[in-house]
Unconditional design. Sequence first.
Length: 117
Amino acid sequence: MEIKGKINQLLPVASGVSKAGNEWKKQEFVIETQDQYPKQICFTVFGDKLSLIEGLQPGMDVNVFFDVESREFNGRWYHNINAWKVETASADNGSAPPPFTPGDIPPEPAEGDDLPF
């Protein structure tokens, strides 16, 4: 899935050791959507994916690609929104046409160049 928004907050890196003895690191960040009714969404990045958000600052526009994951523990369900790709959104994202110049106007047809219809 993909969503666009503005970085609202970058939370500190959390780390620890699993029951199996493996070290882990994660960081969460919050974006605010730019919909009619904006929503704040907290995403998580794990392990080597922390590099995805290096250099991001609050106020930056981003596109976040993510998966939603749920797991059960002691009869309760816990949810994660895991980001797997984060792109900064630039002002010129290729959707706007190039600027118009006077050279874009085709020349006038010569006399006698009438269309056949």
